[in-house]
Design a protein around this ligand. Structure first.
Ligand code: IPD
Ligand code: CA
Ligand code: CA
Length: 284
């Protein structure tokens, strides 16, 4: 690294500029392919879809990043074997990386396949395990959510701030239905039953990364989901933190790259949401 250059720049190009450029290029490309998927297959289960567009988007992002930062490490969903164990191991295998790009090339593939226009590209850069850049791009609305550690989170160039609701009864909350139908889905359904009557309303729109971006933008007051992978959460985690929100494990443990059961809120409702999610499992 050239020590005369600022921290986030190597070889003249800033990390954030490369993340933004890669997310926008990949996003435009996946949008151009909407409705013309030719290779649809399932991965881990019937709920886990992949297409040639997921693979092509990841290839494009990987190549763009490697052009600028060939020495950086890369963790992309499509380069990892399907299933939660392989996701956990792939992240562990990268634990020594100095700079690690964590990429979900299409978050919301089920929506994408059905033409439901809520999906995103999610790109994070972690430095020694801490996310320092996070970008989530929604190509359908041309919305780019960007955060740099210590410098705030922005959408359309405007600084984002989490919502101000201080109680669950005023809050719009999102969740996601887990692909694991044996343990995680029943747990999620119990939680939904407990939370739905207490909040203004619930949404389940099908892109974890975009849900996190919406919490950062104040459009949702909170979000929780079980069994996500690092690439679903990493970029969104920094959006949340830089927009003044709180992100943790469902048990309340502070966010780190290995967190899979996530709760992200405006901070004001965090403890109430965690407590009610927890209580859902002790209720009769
Ligand atoms: C999925 C989406 C979805 C969430 C799933 C994720 P993918 O990611 O984020 O909203 O409910 O748990 O796996 O497979 O479309 O990249
Ligand atoms: Ca995903
Ligand atoms: Ca994906």
């Amino acid at each position: 690294m050239d020590l005369n250059e600022p921290d986030n720049i190597i070889g003249g190009k800033s990390f954030t500029a490369v993340a933004v450029n890669s997310a926008s290029k990949a996003g435009e490309w996946i949008k151009s392919k909407l409705g013309s998927v030719t290779q649809l297959s399932t991965k881990y289960s019937m709920h886990d879809l992949v297409t040639e567009v997921d693979k092509g988007s990841e290839r494009m992002i990987r190549n763009l990043i490697a052009t600028h930062f060939p020495e950086h490490s890369f963790l992309g969903e499509e380069g990892v074997e399907p299933g939660p164990e392989a996701s956990v191991k792939a992240l562990q295998d990268m634990s020594d990386a100095e700079y690690l790009w964590i990429v979900d090339p299409v978050d919301g593939t089920t929506n994408y396949v059905h033409g439901f226009p809520f999906f995103s590209v999610s790109i994070a850069l972690a430095h020694r395990g801490e996310v320092i850049v996070g970008v989530v791009y929604d190509p359908m609305r041309d919305e780019l959510f960007v955060a740099e550690r210590g410098k705030g989170a922005y959408v359309h160039g405007r600084k984002m701030q989490v919502a101000k609701e201080a109680s669950l009864c005023q809050s719009l909350i999102a969740t996601g239905f887990p692909a694991d139908h044996l343990v995680a889905l029943p747990a999620n359904l119990k939680e939904i039953q407990a939370i739905a009557p207490k909040v203004r309303n619930l949404r389940v729109a099908g892109s974890a990364a975009l849900h996190l971006a919406y919490v950062a933008a104040g459009r949702l007051s909170g979000f929780w989901e079980h069994n996500l992978s690092s690439w679903d959460i990493a970029a969104g985690s920094l959006l949340i933190q830089e927009a003044g929100g709180t992100i943790s494990d469902l048990s309340g443990e502070a966010y780190h790259l290995g967190v899979r059961n996530v709760t992200a809120t405006n901070g004001l409702i965090h403890n109430d949401l965690l407590a009610d999610l927890h209580a859902a499992h002790s209720a009769h």
